[in-house]
Design a protein around this ligand. Sequence first.
Ligand code: IPE
Ligand code: IPE
Ligand code: MG
Length: 267
Amino acid sequence: MSRSPATTDPIQVSAQPSELLPACLDPARLPAHVAVIMDGNGRWARRRRLPRMMGHREGVEALKRTLRLCSDWGIGALTVYAFSTENWSRPGEEVTFLMSLFERVLARELQALERERVRIRFLGDLEQLPEGLQERIAAAEARTAANTGIHFNICTNYGGRRELVQAARRLAEQAARGELDPAAIDEAHFEAELLTAGEVDPDLLIRSSGEYRISNFLLWQLAYAEIHITDVLWPDFNEQALLRAVLDYQGRQRRFGGVEPLLLPDA
Ligand code: IPE
Ligand code: IPE
Ligand code: MG
């Protein structure tokens, strides 16, 4: 994992010597879980008259920067969207490139991830991935399972609707076997069947490349996430862009359906 380059932007990035969190961020109000829709690799490449694949390759560098920053800043979990169940509809050449890129990057980065105590997990229908990639994933998950650092979840062949359907099916199977009373099914039962079981819901969703949509990502889990959309294309995403996202998050008032505390009569 590499450090992000220095920035000339007006926002000051001043890491404290003991704590790597930039001074302008409130450590008490950090998002515990950040989710990212890493979009815009193709447009990044097209602007440079490069093949789309070069955008994906640069996108990996942005992901490494983001993981390192989240880990350094003390964010507990980072969940990224790497390949959706709909992305199979892309040209075969691009899909093949992406699968081999995932495999190569995982092989190359595993040692560094272990060193950084990252716990890595791949969320999605993994059986449909090439066998070599499945093997690398199984090894990486096993080797980092006991790590106590940041939870790094990579959604690969992931679709929010498919995840919900599979959860419903598993609950139905338990009910059919007589292990679960359908009337007793509640949100906790449902959550326990999701691929993110055991993880807190994302507090902050970042989408790069200026698209205002969810694209079938974490449909259940994002129910109350704060959404930050940036025009920055994913390969250009850096410390300054992450800082802007977290500052934006820290400026939000989360109400979860309630009212602003100051407006309560007895406040
Ligand atoms: C995101 O970048 C990466 C994946 C979906 C795999 P895109 O490839 O979607 O880039 P654009 O949206 O075409 O620019
Ligand atoms: C979402 O990006 C999926 C990933 C980032 C992996 P897409 O580029 O596939 O989404 P749409 O097609 O613009 O909605
Ligand atoms: Mg896209």
